[in-house]
Design a protein around this ligand. Structure first.
Ligand code: AMP
Length: 175
């Protein structure tokens, strides 16, 4: 099944020069969504995963389905100010300025084996911050899984250099 053809590309969104890779069209396709979740979970089927950590917001949709498939729990990585309980925060750099992601301070116990999931990795800023949060909580990152990699932006490479097993179902040229 050709999952790449199910991703919609929107040029110049949210700003000029960005090719927005919209996975909502893939997720709306029953076969496509099922295949994407199965392929993202596949490398971890025989590994003892304790938790799948999903990055807000599209990462939640995938991480929940993957957690169900792997028979493990789900924990959210959210934008600042959204989680109701005590949190730990991690700032990361954007092209202009910074952003912050958070997790509940009790989201995972030390030594838990975590699979990190998002829809897309570009510069790796968001996933890198999530990795730091998980490690600060004492979690062990088994891998990071994405539908899309934008290799020119180098995020997947950064995670790999940090010793993380990175899986992406497809790659797109450009930003
Ligand atoms: P980054 O932190 O640079 O790796 O960016 C990854 C996050 O931004 C992910 O949560 C993506 O959903 C979103 N994102 C970045 N670039 C794109 C793009 N070209 N199309 C769709 N989403 C993107």
């Amino acid at each position: 099944m050709d999952l790449k053809s199910l991703v919609r590309t929107i040029p110049d969104y949210p700003k000029p020069g960005i090719m927005f890779r919209d996975v909502t069209t893939l997720m709306a396709d029953a076969q496509g969504f099922k295949a994407a979740v199965a392929r993202l979970a596949e490398p971890y089927r025989t590994e003892p995963v304790d938790l799948v950590a999903g990055i807000e917001a599209r990462g939640f949709i995938l991480a929940g389905a993957i957690a169900d498939r792997l028979g493990c729990g789900f924990v959210p990585v959210r934008k600042k100010g959204k989680l109701p309980w005590k949190t730990i925060s991690q700032e990361y750099a954007l092209e202009y300025g910074t952003d912050t992601v958070e997790m509940h301070e009790d989201a995972l116990a030390r030594g838990k084996r975590v699979l990190l999931v998002d829809d897309l990795i570009a510069t790796g800023g968001t996933a890198g911050a999530a990795v730091k949060l998980i490690r600060r909580l004492g979690g062990h990152i088994l891998g990071a899984a994405f539908i899309i990699d934008l290799p020119e932006l180098g995020g997947a490479e950064l995670l790999k250099k940090d010793g993380i097993d990175v899986h992406a179902l497809m790659a797109f040229e450009g930003h």
